[in-house]
Design a protein around this ligand. Structure first.
Ligand SMILES: O=C1O[C@H]([C@@H](O)CO)C(O)=C1O
Length: 579
């Protein structure tokens, strides 16, 4: 009896200790600091069956998904284990309010992380939604350095739509050349273009036809390699799935479709969309969408999820993944032909989708009705000293060696850091013919900066034009760091301030962080310069930014808090000691 009592007492003690452990563990969740340790490396991988060197995080590409709740603090301790290469990682769509030094933009907000170094990114995910992260140094993103960030609502809040399960899908295009070969070609005379991708990846998996190789026996290319078996999303019949889809392509605009299923678009770049039903989702590099798909088709078979290149003449096979209906075997290939997307050169449905994306009625955040300043940016392809470049108002961007954020905040000698002449706010509207190859294709290069009055409202009109090839105008996805902007309008031809401003949507514009300009078209945005820092705004096509297609905005830098010394160490910041 005594023994039983002792045992009982011991059990009660154990229970109390266990409850205390649980309480401590629970309160750590409440503290909401999500700690990640990442090791970045080069490894041989075969994402599309062709083996090449890729950049991995903890052994994978895409890297680990960051799962968090609104308001959480994310800490990523990143060890650069690349032998001879620097790194910086950008948290795409996270505004970095109060932590502009964690934006991860090499040359703008930080010095690159040296090989062997460990760098700590620390920031708050202030808004729920679907976001991404990726390399922002040279062309590293295209080497495989990317992944997803999923931020859920606070526990007490609920989404304005119903679904049973959540899955994320990240789309990418894949090139067999190394990013060094690509970058060298882009900055050489004669110019060597990167060409079209060899394959399209869905969650890091694609399929290259190895027999297309000049010498298949000399290459490590194997279509039975499990690393390149298609990604599978298993669904339970009758359930509704929220697919969070992001694109981090280096070049391609994509369409995405699910054989036999229509779906409803409900979120774009972390903002609720007035729902609309479609069978093709067009997605540009840097964008994210949530779509709702109901598993309401014949459950005795599987269905293809497909992605195709649009906007450029496709030379890349369709990217494939499998929508697997439980309990059908997940490797059972769908018997039907793959769904093909719309014609690659049919711009109309893409413009129609852009126009269809409006803020959800119940969550409209209306923009200020007027702006304090309008910057018109003419997007052109040019030459500088015979090198191919892209320019805005004839000025091609070059990344400075000393990050602006440090130079401005610490009042370094700015003349040594970036060009002091501000870039132009407009182009020669009267005389420039956007439909022809420019008469004079020469541009100049600068790393001058647009300095925006803190808290002012800024309009940016992105104006597309003909490239240096006759009858050609490309699609460019533009991404703004540190802010979301309202998308006020899209149009075809030349933006005319006297007519087009009156047509702006000031009622229910969607807020986004990435938006396309369509061929020969314009896109108008408005944002509030209310986030102290220095922020890049650029074309999200990796090679286009590398070739100068970007600008930088500064606003309220004097309000930025104490910079961590870990972001310093390059250019003029070398040996800098705070007085
Ligand atoms: O920057 C680019 O260069 C090529 C082409 O214009 C010249 O080869 C292309 O398609 C781009 O987008």
């Amino acid at each position: 009896m005594v023994k039983i009592l002792e045992l009982h007492r011991a059990l009660v003690k154990l229970l109390v200790v266990w409850s205390l452990i649980c309480l401590v563990a629970f309160s750590t969740v409440e503290a909401r600091v999500r700690h990640y340790r990442w090791n970045v490396n080069y490894e041989y991988k075969s994402p599309d069956c062709f083996q090449k060197l890729v950049i991995t995080i903890n052994g994978g590409t895409p890297g680990p998904t960051i799962l968090a709740q609104q308001g959480d603090t994310i800490v990523v301790e990143l060890k650069n284990s690349l032998l001879t290469e620097n790194i910086a990682i950008h948290w795409h769509g996270i505004r970095q309010i109060g932590t502009p030094w964690s934006d991860g933009t090499e040359g703008v907000t930080q010095c690159p992380i040296l090989p062997g170094d460990t760098f700590k990114y620390k920031f708050v995910v202030d808004r729920a939604g679907t976001f991404m992260y990726h390399g922002h140094y040279g062309m590293q993103r295209a080497a495989g350095l990317y992944g997803s960030i999923i931020v859920s609502l606070p526990s007490e809040a609920s989404e304005p739509f119903a679904y049973d399960y959540d899955r994320n899908i990240i789309l990418n295009d894949w090139f067999h050349k190394s990013t060094y070969e690509e970058a060298t070609g882009l900055s050489s005379i004669p110019f060597v273009w990167i060409g079209e991708p060899q394959s399209l990846l869905i969650n890091g998996r694609g399929r290259y036809n190895c027999s297309l190789l000049a010498n298949p026996s000399l290459e490590a290319c194997n279509v039975t390699n499990p690393e390149c078996s298609p990604h599978v999303v298993t669904v339970i019949p009758g359930k509704t799935y929220r697919l969070r889809i992001g694109s981090l392509t280096a070049l391609s605009a994509l369409s995405f479709q699910i054989e036999g299923h229509n779906f409803t678009v409900v979120e774009a770049d972390g903002h609720y969309v007035e729902p609309f039903v479609t069978k093709n989702l067009f997605i540009y590099s840097g964008e994210t969408y949530s779509i709702l798909v109901k598993a309401n088709q014949d459950p005795s078979r599987n269905y293809w999820m497909t992605t195709n290149v649009v906007g450029r003449e496709p030379k890349t096979p369709t990217g494939l993944a499998i929508l697997n209906y439980y309990p059908t075997h997940f490797r059972k290939s769908p018997a039907t032909v793959q769904t093909t997307g719309p014609f690659w050169n049919d711009t109309a449905p893409r413009v129609a989708q852009s126009l269809a994306i409006k803020a959800l009625q119940s969550s409209i955040h209306t923009p200020p009705l007027t702006s304090d300043r309008t910057i018109v940016l003419l997007n052109t392809q040019n030459k500088i000293d015979g090198y191919f470049r892209w320019s805005l108002n004839n000025v091609s961007f070059s990344v400075p060696h000393t990050p602006y954020l440090i130079a401005l905040k610490e009042k370094l000698n700015l003349n040594n850091v970036f060009d002091q002449k501000p870039p132009p706010e407009n182009y020669d509207f009267k005389n420039y013919d956007i439909y022809s190859v420019a008469k004079n294709t020469n541009a100049t290069s600068s790393n001058g900066l647009y300095r925006l009055k803190f808290n002012s409202t800024v309009d940016v009109v992105l104006q597309n034009a003909n490239t240096m090839t006759a009858n050609n105008s490309e699609t460019h996805p533009w991404h703004l760091h540190g802010h979301d902007f309202w998308v006020l309008g899209y149009g075809t031809g030349k933006f005319d301030v006297t007519k087009d401003v009156a047509k702006y949507n000031l009622v229910n514009p969607i807020m986004k962080n990435t938006v396309p300009i369509h061929p020969y078209g314009w896109t108008a945005l408005r944002f509030q310069a209310d986030n102290p820092g220095v922020w890049a705004f650029h074309c999200h096509i990796e090679s286009h930014f590398y070739m100068g297609m970007g600008v930088v905005f500064e606003s309220g830098v004097e309000k930025v808090g104490k910079l961590p010394s870990s972001i310093m160490g390059c250019g003029e910041t070398k040996g800098f000691h705070r007085p």
